[in-house]
Design a protein around this ligand. Structure first.
Ligand SMILES: Cc1cc2nc3c(=O)[nH]c(=O)nc-3n(C[C@H](O)[C@H](O)[C@H](O)COP(=O)(O)OP(=O)(O)OC[C@H]3O[C@@H](n4cnc5c(N)ncnc54)[C@H](O)[C@@H]3O)c2cc1C
Length: 313
Protein backbone atom coordinates (compact mmCIF):
# COMPACT_ATOMS: atom_id res chain seq x y z
CA UNK A 1 0.00 0.00 0.00
CA UNK A 2 1.56 3.37 -1.03
CA UNK A 3 2.00 5.54 2.07
CA UNK A 4 1.22 9.18 1.29
CA UNK A 5 -0.28 10.31 -1.99
CA UNK A 6 -0.42 13.86 -3.39
CA UNK A 7 -3.06 14.63 -6.00
CA UNK A 8 -2.76 17.91 -7.91
CA UNK A 9 -6.13 19.20 -9.12
CA UNK A 10 -9.55 18.77 -7.49
CA UNK A 11 -11.70 18.46 -10.61
CA UNK A 12 -13.74 15.31 -11.06
CA UNK A 13 -10.71 13.24 -12.18
CA UNK A 14 -8.59 14.16 -9.14
CA UNK A 15 -11.52 13.70 -6.77
CA UNK A 16 -12.51 10.32 -8.24
CA UNK A 17 -8.91 9.15 -7.84
CA UNK A 18 -8.67 10.56 -4.32
CA UNK A 19 -11.93 9.10 -3.10
CA UNK A 20 -11.04 5.62 -4.44
CA UNK A 21 -7.60 5.76 -2.85
CA UNK A 22 -8.99 6.95 0.47
CA UNK A 23 -11.54 4.11 0.45
CA UNK A 24 -8.63 1.71 -0.07
CA UNK A 25 -7.01 3.09 3.10
CA UNK A 26 -4.45 5.50 1.59
CA UNK A 27 -3.45 8.83 3.12
CA UNK A 28 -4.36 11.32 0.37
CA UNK A 29 -3.79 15.08 0.13
CA UNK A 30 -5.34 17.12 -2.70
CA UNK A 31 -3.82 20.42 -3.89
CA UNK A 32 -6.18 22.76 -5.76
CA UNK A 33 -5.36 26.18 -7.17
CA UNK A 34 -8.92 27.55 -6.97
CA UNK A 35 -10.99 28.30 -3.89
CA UNK A 36 -13.74 25.84 -4.87
CA UNK A 37 -13.76 22.22 -5.94
CA UNK A 38 -14.93 20.68 -9.20
CA UNK A 39 -12.76 22.42 -11.82
CA UNK A 40 -14.78 22.84 -14.99
CA UNK A 41 -17.92 21.56 -13.22
CA UNK A 42 -18.40 25.05 -11.89
CA UNK A 43 -21.10 27.46 -10.76
CA UNK A 44 -20.51 31.21 -10.64
CA UNK A 45 -22.53 32.99 -7.95
CA UNK A 46 -23.14 36.74 -7.70
CA UNK A 47 -25.57 37.63 -4.90
CA UNK A 48 -28.81 35.82 -5.74
CA UNK A 49 -27.58 34.96 -9.25
CA UNK A 50 -26.25 31.55 -10.19
CA UNK A 51 -24.70 30.37 -13.47
CA UNK A 52 -23.28 26.96 -14.37
CA UNK A 53 -20.73 28.50 -16.70
CA UNK A 54 -18.61 25.39 -17.39
CA UNK A 55 -19.99 21.89 -17.98
CA UNK A 56 -23.72 22.11 -18.68
CA UNK A 57 -24.74 18.54 -17.87
CA UNK A 58 -23.31 15.05 -17.82
CA UNK A 59 -24.36 11.69 -19.18
CA UNK A 60 -23.51 8.30 -17.71
CA UNK A 61 -22.86 5.53 -20.22
CA UNK A 62 -20.60 3.15 -18.29
CA UNK A 63 -21.49 1.11 -15.21
CA UNK A 64 -18.89 2.81 -12.94
CA UNK A 65 -20.14 6.33 -13.56
CA UNK A 66 -23.79 5.21 -13.55
CA UNK A 67 -23.24 3.87 -10.01
CA UNK A 68 -21.70 7.18 -8.92
CA UNK A 69 -24.56 9.18 -10.46
CA UNK A 70 -27.11 6.93 -8.74
CA UNK A 71 -25.41 7.66 -5.39
CA UNK A 72 -25.44 11.40 -6.07
CA UNK A 73 -29.13 11.22 -6.91
CA UNK A 74 -29.82 9.50 -3.58
CA UNK A 75 -27.82 12.13 -1.68
CA UNK A 76 -29.53 14.90 -3.75
CA UNK A 77 -26.22 16.07 -5.21
CA UNK A 78 -27.46 15.40 -8.76
CA UNK A 79 -30.76 15.12 -10.64
CA UNK A 80 -31.90 14.45 -14.21
CA UNK A 81 -32.37 17.55 -16.37
CA UNK A 82 -33.58 16.11 -19.67
CA UNK A 83 -33.56 12.68 -21.30
CA UNK A 84 -30.37 11.01 -19.98
CA UNK A 85 -28.64 14.24 -19.01
CA UNK A 86 -27.92 14.99 -15.34
CA UNK A 87 -26.82 18.11 -13.49
CA UNK A 88 -25.34 18.71 -10.06
CA UNK A 89 -27.84 20.13 -7.55
CA UNK A 90 -28.11 22.87 -6.44
CA UNK A 91 -25.04 23.66 -8.60
CA UNK A 92 -22.72 21.79 -10.94
CA UNK A 93 -19.98 21.32 -8.33
CA UNK A 94 -22.18 19.35 -5.91
CA UNK A 95 -21.01 15.90 -7.11
CA UNK A 96 -17.41 17.09 -6.67
CA UNK A 97 -18.16 18.23 -3.14
CA UNK A 98 -19.81 14.87 -2.41
CA UNK A 99 -16.67 13.04 -3.57
CA UNK A 100 -14.49 15.35 -1.47
CA UNK A 101 -16.19 14.53 1.84
CA UNK A 102 -13.56 13.48 4.38
CA UNK A 103 -10.64 14.23 2.04
CA UNK A 104 -7.75 16.55 2.95
CA UNK A 105 -7.85 19.41 0.43
CA UNK A 106 -5.36 22.28 0.35
CA UNK A 107 -7.15 24.89 -1.76
CA UNK A 108 -5.93 28.16 -3.28
CA UNK A 109 -2.61 26.42 -3.79
CA UNK A 110 -1.19 26.46 -7.32
CA UNK A 111 1.43 23.76 -7.59
CA UNK A 112 4.35 25.07 -9.64
CA UNK A 113 7.00 22.34 -9.39
CA UNK A 114 7.67 18.82 -8.18
CA UNK A 115 10.90 17.46 -6.82
CA UNK A 116 11.81 13.90 -5.86
CA UNK A 117 14.35 13.03 -3.17
CA UNK A 118 15.31 9.73 -1.51
CA UNK A 119 12.55 10.22 1.10
CA UNK A 120 9.78 11.05 -1.38
CA UNK A 121 8.14 13.81 -3.43
CA UNK A 122 8.15 17.51 -2.54
CA UNK A 123 5.35 19.75 -3.77
CA UNK A 124 6.25 23.41 -4.44
CA UNK A 125 3.82 26.27 -4.95
CA UNK A 126 4.43 29.54 -6.83
CA UNK A 127 6.52 30.91 -3.95
CA UNK A 128 8.89 27.96 -4.41
CA UNK A 129 8.08 26.66 -0.94
CA UNK A 130 5.08 24.92 0.59
CA UNK A 131 4.73 24.35 4.29
CA UNK A 132 2.27 21.43 4.52
CA UNK A 133 2.49 18.50 6.90
CA UNK A 134 4.54 15.66 5.47
CA UNK A 135 5.81 17.55 2.42
CA UNK A 136 8.85 15.65 1.16
CA UNK A 137 7.40 12.29 2.14
CA UNK A 138 4.78 11.73 -0.57
CA UNK A 139 5.48 8.32 -2.10
CA UNK A 140 3.22 9.02 -5.10
CA UNK A 141 2.04 12.02 -7.12
CA UNK A 142 -1.03 12.08 -9.37
CA UNK A 143 -1.50 15.04 -11.72
CA UNK A 144 -5.20 15.62 -12.40
CA UNK A 145 -4.96 18.88 -14.36
CA UNK A 146 -5.51 19.64 -18.07
CA UNK A 147 -2.69 18.10 -20.16
CA UNK A 148 -1.01 21.41 -21.11
CA UNK A 149 -0.85 22.30 -17.41
CA UNK A 150 0.61 18.89 -16.55
CA UNK A 151 3.56 19.35 -18.93
CA UNK A 152 5.54 21.93 -16.88
CA UNK A 153 4.97 19.93 -13.70
CA UNK A 154 6.27 16.70 -15.26
CA UNK A 155 9.22 18.63 -16.72
CA UNK A 156 10.01 20.20 -13.34
CA UNK A 157 10.41 16.66 -12.01
CA UNK A 158 12.95 15.89 -14.75
CA UNK A 159 10.57 13.40 -16.37
CA UNK A 160 8.36 13.31 -19.45
CA UNK A 161 5.12 11.82 -20.71
CA UNK A 162 5.31 12.29 -24.51
CA UNK A 163 1.56 11.50 -24.83
CA UNK A 164 0.70 14.85 -23.20
CA UNK A 165 1.93 16.72 -26.28
CA UNK A 166 -0.68 15.15 -28.59
CA UNK A 167 -3.68 16.34 -26.54
CA UNK A 168 -5.67 19.25 -28.02
CA UNK A 169 -8.41 21.32 -26.36
CA UNK A 170 -10.96 23.73 -27.78
CA UNK A 171 -11.33 26.95 -25.77
CA UNK A 172 -14.71 28.39 -24.82
CA UNK A 173 -15.82 31.88 -23.91
CA UNK A 174 -18.82 31.75 -21.55
CA UNK A 175 -21.12 34.74 -21.23
CA UNK A 176 -23.34 35.05 -18.16
CA UNK A 177 -26.38 37.32 -18.39
CA UNK A 178 -29.12 38.07 -15.86
CA UNK A 179 -32.45 39.75 -16.59
CA UNK A 180 -34.91 41.02 -13.98
CA UNK A 181 -37.90 39.93 -16.08
CA UNK A 182 -37.86 36.53 -17.82
CA UNK A 183 -36.75 36.78 -21.45
CA UNK A 184 -38.35 34.88 -24.30
CA UNK A 185 -36.24 32.10 -25.79
CA UNK A 186 -37.21 29.48 -28.36
CA UNK A 187 -36.19 26.84 -25.77
CA UNK A 188 -34.58 26.67 -22.33
CA UNK A 189 -31.51 25.02 -23.87
CA UNK A 190 -30.27 25.38 -27.41
CA UNK A 191 -27.36 23.63 -29.08
CA UNK A 192 -26.37 25.48 -32.23
CA UNK A 193 -24.15 24.61 -35.18
CA UNK A 194 -22.06 26.83 -37.45
CA UNK A 195 -22.50 30.22 -35.78
CA UNK A 196 -20.62 32.31 -33.23
CA UNK A 197 -22.78 30.84 -30.44
CA UNK A 198 -22.70 27.10 -29.72
CA UNK A 199 -24.97 26.82 -26.69
CA UNK A 200 -27.56 28.83 -24.74
CA UNK A 201 -29.26 27.69 -21.55
CA UNK A 202 -31.54 29.09 -18.90
CA UNK A 203 -29.93 28.19 -15.60
CA UNK A 204 -33.23 28.22 -13.72
CA UNK A 205 -34.61 25.48 -15.96
CA UNK A 206 -32.29 23.00 -14.27
CA UNK A 207 -33.65 21.03 -11.29
CA UNK A 208 -32.91 22.07 -7.73
CA UNK A 209 -32.01 25.69 -8.52
CA UNK A 210 -33.17 28.40 -6.09
CA UNK A 211 -35.62 31.11 -7.15
CA UNK A 212 -33.61 33.78 -8.94
CA UNK A 213 -33.79 36.34 -11.73
CA UNK A 214 -33.50 34.93 -15.26
CA UNK A 215 -29.88 33.71 -15.50
CA UNK A 216 -28.66 32.78 -18.99
CA UNK A 217 -25.42 31.02 -19.96
CA UNK A 218 -24.14 31.53 -23.51
CA UNK A 219 -21.19 29.50 -24.81
CA UNK A 220 -19.37 30.78 -27.87
CA UNK A 221 -18.43 28.17 -30.46
CA UNK A 222 -14.90 26.75 -30.45
CA UNK A 223 -14.00 28.67 -33.63
CA UNK A 224 -15.31 31.98 -32.32
CA UNK A 225 -13.63 31.43 -28.94
CA UNK A 226 -10.31 30.69 -30.65
CA UNK A 227 -10.51 33.85 -32.77
CA UNK A 228 -11.30 36.02 -29.73
CA UNK A 229 -9.14 34.12 -27.23
CA UNK A 230 -6.84 36.96 -26.14
CA UNK A 231 -9.48 39.71 -25.98
CA UNK A 232 -10.57 41.11 -22.65
CA UNK A 233 -13.69 39.75 -20.92
CA UNK A 234 -15.32 43.19 -21.32
CA UNK A 235 -14.78 43.25 -25.10
CA UNK A 236 -15.89 39.64 -25.51
CA UNK A 237 -18.94 40.29 -23.33
CA UNK A 238 -20.10 43.18 -25.53
CA UNK A 239 -19.51 41.31 -28.80
CA UNK A 240 -21.16 38.09 -27.63
CA UNK A 241 -24.14 39.99 -26.22
CA UNK A 242 -24.68 41.49 -29.69
CA UNK A 243 -24.52 37.98 -31.20
CA UNK A 244 -26.98 36.74 -28.56
CA UNK A 245 -29.41 39.56 -29.45
CA UNK A 246 -29.15 38.71 -33.16
CA UNK A 247 -29.73 35.02 -32.44
CA UNK A 248 -32.65 35.37 -30.04
CA UNK A 249 -34.19 38.74 -30.80
CA UNK A 250 -33.94 39.62 -27.08
CA UNK A 251 -33.55 43.40 -26.82
CA UNK A 252 -33.91 44.01 -23.06
CA UNK A 253 -30.74 44.95 -21.23
CA UNK A 254 -29.16 42.50 -18.81
CA UNK A 255 -28.85 43.69 -15.23
CA UNK A 256 -25.71 41.57 -14.82
CA UNK A 257 -23.16 40.49 -17.39
CA UNK A 258 -19.74 38.90 -17.19
CA UNK A 259 -17.61 36.74 -19.47
CA UNK A 260 -15.28 33.91 -18.49
CA UNK A 261 -12.62 32.33 -20.68
CA UNK A 262 -12.06 28.58 -20.48
CA UNK A 263 -8.72 28.18 -22.20
CA UNK A 264 -8.97 24.38 -21.97
CA UNK A 265 -12.68 23.63 -22.27
CA UNK A 266 -13.40 20.55 -24.39
CA UNK A 267 -10.92 17.89 -25.45
CA UNK A 268 -10.60 17.77 -29.25
CA UNK A 269 -7.85 15.16 -29.39
CA UNK A 270 -7.48 12.78 -26.47
CA UNK A 271 -4.44 10.75 -25.43
CA UNK A 272 -6.45 7.58 -26.03
CA UNK A 273 -5.35 5.84 -22.84
CA UNK A 274 -7.14 5.91 -19.45
CA UNK A 275 -4.12 7.41 -17.62
CA UNK A 276 -0.34 7.81 -17.76
CA UNK A 277 1.84 6.18 -15.13
CA UNK A 278 5.56 5.93 -14.39
CA UNK A 279 5.83 3.05 -11.91
CA UNK A 280 9.50 3.74 -11.10
CA UNK A 281 9.07 7.37 -10.11
CA UNK A 282 5.49 6.72 -8.92
CA UNK A 283 4.01 9.68 -10.74
CA UNK A 284 0.99 9.59 -13.02
CA UNK A 285 -1.50 11.81 -14.81
CA UNK A 286 -5.24 11.58 -15.40
CA UNK A 287 -8.10 13.75 -16.61
CA UNK A 288 -10.74 14.06 -19.31
CA UNK A 289 -7.93 14.54 -21.85
CA UNK A 290 -7.10 10.83 -21.54
CA UNK A 291 -10.44 9.62 -22.91
CA UNK A 292 -12.60 12.45 -24.27
CA UNK A 293 -14.49 15.71 -23.71
CA UNK A 294 -16.84 14.60 -20.97
CA UNK A 295 -17.31 14.63 -17.23
CA UNK A 296 -17.65 10.84 -17.37
CA UNK A 297 -14.23 10.54 -19.07
CA UNK A 298 -12.64 12.54 -16.24
CA UNK A 299 -14.28 10.34 -13.62
CA UNK A 300 -13.28 7.10 -15.37
CA UNK A 301 -9.70 8.29 -15.80
CA UNK A 302 -9.47 9.17 -12.09
CA UNK A 303 -10.83 5.79 -11.06
CA UNK A 304 -8.47 4.01 -13.44
CA UNK A 305 -5.34 5.71 -12.16
CA UNK A 306 -6.31 4.84 -8.58
CA UNK A 307 -6.12 1.19 -9.64
CA UNK A 308 -2.57 1.71 -10.98
CA UNK A 309 -1.47 3.50 -7.80
CA UNK A 310 -2.71 0.58 -5.71
CA UNK A 311 -0.97 -2.05 -7.85
CA UNK A 312 2.40 -2.96 -6.29
CA UNK A 313 5.31 -1.93 -8.58
C1 LIG B 1 -17.62 25.49 -21.23
C2 LIG B 1 -17.58 24.00 -20.95
C3 LIG B 1 -18.68 23.22 -21.27
C4 LIG B 1 -18.65 21.84 -21.02
N1 LIG B 1 -19.77 21.11 -21.25
C5 LIG B 1 -19.79 19.80 -20.89
C6 LIG B 1 -20.98 19.04 -20.97
O1 LIG B 1 -22.04 19.58 -21.29
N2 LIG B 1 -20.93 17.71 -20.65
C7 LIG B 1 -19.77 17.11 -20.24
O2 LIG B 1 -19.77 15.91 -19.91
N3 LIG B 1 -18.63 17.82 -20.13
C8 LIG B 1 -18.61 19.14 -20.43
N4 LIG B 1 -17.47 19.87 -20.29
C9 LIG B 1 -16.21 19.17 -19.98
C10 LIG B 1 -16.11 18.78 -18.51
O3 LIG B 1 -16.32 19.92 -17.71
C11 LIG B 1 -14.71 18.23 -18.27
O4 LIG B 1 -14.48 17.14 -19.16
C12 LIG B 1 -14.44 17.72 -16.85
O5 LIG B 1 -15.07 18.53 -15.89
C13 LIG B 1 -12.93 17.67 -16.66
O6 LIG B 1 -12.58 17.24 -15.36
P1 LIG B 1 -11.04 17.11 -14.95
O7 LIG B 1 -11.01 16.73 -13.54
O8 LIG B 1 -10.35 16.24 -15.95
O9 LIG B 1 -10.41 18.57 -15.18
P2 LIG B 1 -10.79 19.95 -14.47
O10 LIG B 1 -12.23 20.01 -14.15
O11 LIG B 1 -10.23 21.00 -15.37
O12 LIG B 1 -9.99 19.91 -13.10
C14 LIG B 1 -8.62 20.24 -13.02
C15 LIG B 1 -8.39 20.97 -11.71
O13 LIG B 1 -6.99 21.19 -11.56
C16 LIG B 1 -6.79 22.48 -11.01
N5 LIG B 1 -5.42 22.86 -11.35
C17 LIG B 1 -4.90 23.10 -12.58
N6 LIG B 1 -3.57 23.38 -12.49
C18 LIG B 1 -3.26 23.30 -11.16
C19 LIG B 1 -2.05 23.49 -10.44
N7 LIG B 1 -0.90 23.79 -11.05
N8 LIG B 1 -2.09 23.35 -9.08
C20 LIG B 1 -3.25 23.04 -8.44
N9 LIG B 1 -4.42 22.85 -9.09
C21 LIG B 1 -4.43 22.97 -10.44
C22 LIG B 1 -7.87 23.32 -11.66
O14 LIG B 1 -8.11 24.50 -10.91
C23 LIG B 1 -9.03 22.35 -11.68
O15 LIG B 1 -9.81 22.46 -10.50
C24 LIG B 1 -17.48 21.25 -20.49
C25 LIG B 1 -16.40 22.06 -20.15
C26 LIG B 1 -16.46 23.42 -20.36
C27 LIG B 1 -15.30 24.28 -19.93
Amino acid sequence: MPSRIAIIGAGLAGLAAASNLKSAGCDVTLFEKSRGLGGRMATRRAGALQFDHGAQYFTAKGAGFQAAVAKWQTSEDAAPWFERAFVGTPGMASPARALAKGLAVISECQVAALHRTATGWWIHDLSGHLDVPGNGSFSTVVLAVPAPQAVPLVTSAGLEFPELAQVRYAPCWALMLAFDAPIELAADRMKLENGPIGWVSRNGSKPGRPEMPDCIVVHASADWSRRHLEETPATVGRTLLAEFRTLTGVQSSPTFMTAHRWRYALVEEAAGTPFLWNSTARIGACGDWCLGPRVEAAFDSGQAIAGAVLTPS
